[in-house]
Design a protein around this ligand. Structure first.
Ligand code: BGC
Length: 461
């Protein structure tokens, strides 16, 4: 009997500890005044896109192959067998799209350049593609739009994938070579660089859930790819800094942060599922960037140790992508140990997650511990009906401002995304765009809900 009481006591203490240490923040929105949001003078506003999602004709990368392949059951990889195709034809429409940026009143544009177009074969750089990006960059700057260039946003050239992609640490040299080449050409004009977009999403989706290419389901390999991407970031940072214009450039990594909250706050198994997920998804990068250390030991699944003290210095800013949190519920299943559940009072986005502005505040509180300036490099909502976008924009931006008022150095915000585009495994079904796109005739239209963004940009001045 005493033993039972003792075990109950231990259980209660552990649960109380988790509850206190990881509270799920909820604000009473009815009593919050989120009108008139005033920002510091130098705060900047932007929107973001990625090459494969908007440019069109990306036919030489892992995603193109993925879109044109089937799974083990013979089913298409992308919802309704959609293909990225010509996407928004941003390649040809960039001048018109620059006008869209100007209409919003943003001063910054985050875009990625497509490695597979620039270096379609190993070591062979396509001059016409390099010229295209030069034109695009100059055009943006001429129009007073500051570019933030992402060097890797989910896509690998096919030749790089054939060599094993980021599964092999020894392949990082190929990525470094690409980065050095483009940096030597564009760094005179481009002062802001994002090395890798979301190493945790790339590795978890590609190597754990298998929803992204190469569709593997191997937790140990997922962790190795994640680690290699972090190392790639550090090495690229170090190389570019040594080059001409390196000193005057700001180079950072972009990470997605998502909180894992337990579906039942009294259930130890739910908590374990959350803490393990957080370790692999978030803490791994945080610990690497803050201490230069990776230490993961999840028996039978992942064992990974790595140390490089230099990593701590190797980032000028932290690019934070934030969308939402999820609630995990443990289940006894041979293959999946937990499922996502949704609380009935929460408002869903069109993606499988809810509107949770407090989460952006929480994410910023955590990221600030790394001690680097923060830029919100992505934040946005998939909302086909456009009936939640307005609320989403104001509340998330309010949450960000709250952190700034408390002294956190958040320098700018990029809304994801400029216009509807190819949303990876979801195809064209998800409507994240401030502008809708009619993919029959490439017509762009500002959404009603997006006017809230314009309003906030004006208010903030
Ligand atoms: C990615 C984007 C994507 C967005 C919305 C981020 O994880 O960087 O490419 O479109 O989320 O799902």
């Amino acid at each position: 009997m005493i033993l039972l009481y003792f075990l109950i006591l231990i259980y209660v203490v552990i649960i109380a500890y988790f509850n206190l240490k990881y509270p799920e923040l909820r604000w009473k929105w009815d009593s919050i005044n989120d009108s008139n949001l005033k920002f510091p003078k130098n705060f900047f506003w932007g929107t973001a896109t990625a090459a494969h999602q908007v440019e069109g004709n990306c036919e030489n990368n892992n995603w193109y192959d993925w879109e044109n392949s089937v799974d083990e059951k013979g089913l298409p990889r992308i919802k309704n067998n959609q293909k990225s195709g010509i996407a928004c034809d941003h390649w040809n429409n960039y001048k018109q799209d620059t006008e869209l940026l100007k209409k919003l009143g943003v001063s910054h544009y985050r875009l990625s350049i497509e490695w597979s177009k620039i270096e379609p074969l190993q070591g062979e750089f396509d001059q016409s593609v390099l010229n295209h990006y030069s034109d695009l960059i100059s055009y943006l700057i001429k129009n007073n739009i500051t570019p933030y260039i992402t060097l890797h946003h989910f896509t690998n050239p096919c030749w790089f994938d054939k060599l094993g992609g980021f599964e092999k640490k020894s392949n990082i040299k190929y990525f470094k070579n690409f980065c050095k080449t483009v940096f030597s050409i564009y760094s005179k004009e481009v002062k802001n660089w994002c090395t890798i977009n979301e190493p945790e999403v790339f590795s978890v989706m590609g190597y754990f859930t298998g929803i992204f290419p190469p569709g593997k389901k191997n937790p140990q390999l997922a962790a190795i790819v994640h680690r290699n991407l972090l190392i790639a970031h550090t090495e690229v940072y170090q190389e570019l800094k040594k080059m001409k214009n390196g000193d005057s450039s700001s180079i950072g990594i972009v990470k997605n942060v998502m909180q894992f909250d337990p579906a039942r706050r009294w259930n130890l198994f739910d908590w374990i599922a959350c803490r393990v997920s957080d370790l692999v998804y978030n803490e791994m990068s945080f610990s690497y960037l803050k201490y230069g250390k990776i230490k993961i030991n999840i028996p039978f699944f992942i064992k990974l140790f790595y140390e490089d003290k230099q990593a701590v210095k190797a980032t000028d800013f932290f690019g934070l992508n934030y969308y939402s949190h999820i609630h995990l519920k443990f289940k006894f299943d041979k293959y999946e140990f937990f499922e996502n559940v949704y609380l009935k009072n929460d408002t869903m986005t069109d993606m499988e997650y809810t509107i949770y502005p407090e989460g952006l505040y929480r994410a910023i509180q955590r990221v600030k511990l790394i001690g680097k300036p923060i830029i919100i490099t992505e934040n946005g909502i998939a909302d086909k009906k456009d009936d939640r976008r307005k609320l989403f924009i104001r509340r998330y931006i309010y949450a960000m401002l709250r952190s700034i008022k408390e002294g956190v150095n958040v320098k700018g915000y990029f809304y994801w995304t400029l216009m509807d585009n190819f949303e990876w495994a979801e195809g064209y079904d998800m409507k994240f765009g401030l502008y809708s796109v009619d993919f029959e005739n490439q017509e762009r239209k500002l959404r009603e809900g997006s006017k809230e963004y314009i309003k906030i940009i004006n208010e903030s001045k």
